[in-house]
Structure formats: C-alpha cells, structure tokens
Design a protein around this ligand. Structure first.
Ligand code: GDP
Length: 179
C-alpha cells in the first residue's frame, strides 16, 4: 500500500495532526514533552494507505546519542521507502524558517524524495499574519528551490486543513491505480 510519512521537529504538533487526520483521539498520543514519539508507527487509513509516523528530528533536549538513534531510524526508513509516495514535513507556523527544517528539506530533495510542507498551529496566528508568514517562508525556500513545494496550512485544535491534506493524499492514490 502507498505510504505517506509525517515528520518534523519535536513539539511541532505531529501527534495532534495525526489524530486530526485519523479522527481518533487515542491513536497517537500527544504530549507537550519533546521526544515522546520515538519509533516509527504505521497507521492503516481507509484500508488503502499507510500513514507513517516518523520520529522527530532536531530535538533540543535529548542527548547526542539519542539524536543519532533517531537520525538512523529516519535515514533507514527513507533508504528503503519502497511504498513511500510523499513525505509531509511539518513546520510550526509561529517559528521563522529553521535551519534544521530547511536542511532536512534539502536532504529530501537531494535524495529525490518528494515532499510537501504542512504548517501547523495556524490558529495561533491571524489570517494576515499567516499570509505574511507563508510569503516569507516562500522567499527563503526560493533561494534554494526552483518552485515552492506544495504546502498546507493546518490547525489540529481548530480542525483546519484536514480535508486539504486527506484529499491531496487520495488524489495521489488515484493517480497510482494499478495498470
Ligand atoms: P509532537 O511532539 O510533534 O507530536 O507535538 P504534539 O502533537 O504533542 O503537540 C505539541 C504541543 O503543541 C502540545 O501542547 C499541543 O497541544 C500543541 N498543539 C499541537 N497542535 C496544535 C494546534 O493546532 N494548535 C495549537 N494551538 N496547539 C497545538
């Protein structure tokens, strides 16, 4: 089955987003503490695709050796990635473009891994501020990328962006019907 991976810095709101997308509050545990999601979890959605919950990167508050372990999991996942269609890189909409996120996107690009960006916690900003934020983010990305990657604006607490993400995934799935 096609897979879609979700990844981002710790505390970006990944567990909350996964809960929103799957509409099951208990599926992925949320926590305010960084470093909670440590292993790779697969969730079967609509019986036709897998949501892959990857460990966070760029932890501020874990040891160097723990960081290495996470990196190894992530690298190994992407090295195999037989079923991976696209990765969703989560970015907290309150933070300026972070080197660790930009470097990770760069790494995906260099390895030929398609990705989209999901801006999280949109409820924390007013619409005009969101617009400005995305514009600034675009300008930073366009320094290294030819086009702005596909992106989504979401809020798990206000249930924003859920259908956009799910419809996008379904549209990619439809394009992959067996010959
Ligand atoms: P993870 O570490 O990336 O899995 O992040 P979590 O889903 O555990 O969320 C980290 C913190 O951000 C928690 O305190 C959440 O309540 C909060 N959070 C997550 N998503 C949202 C959102 O859409 N809006 C707001 N306001 N807070 C959020």
């Amino acid at each position: 089955l096609p897979e879609y991976a979700f990844i981002g810095r710790s505390n970006v709101g990944k567990s909350s987003l996964i809960n929103m997308l799957t509409s099951r509050k208990s599926l992925a545990k949320t926590s305010g503490r960084p470093g909670k999601t440590q292993l790779i979890n697969h969730f079967l959605i609509n019986k036709n695709w897998h949501l892959v919950d990857l460990p966070g990167y760029g932890y501020a508050r874990v040891s160097k050796s723990a960081k290495k372990v996470f990196q190894k999991f992530i690298t190994q996942y992407f090295a195999l990635r037989e079923q991976l269609v696209t990765a969703f890189v989560l970015v907290d909409i309150r933070h300026k473009p972070q080197p660790v996120d930009l470097e990770f996107m760069q790494w995906l690009g260099e390895n030929g891994i398609p990705f989209s960006i999901i801006f999280t916690k949109a409820d924390k900003l007013k619409p005009k501020a969101i617009e400005n934020y995305v514009e600034d983010y675009k300008n930073v990305l366009l320094e290294t990328w030819e086009d702005m990657p596909n992106y989504f604006i979401t809020s798990s607490s206000k249930d924003i962006g859920k259908d956009d993400v799910l419809n996008y995934i379904e549209s990619l799935n439809e394009n992959m019907l067996p010959e």
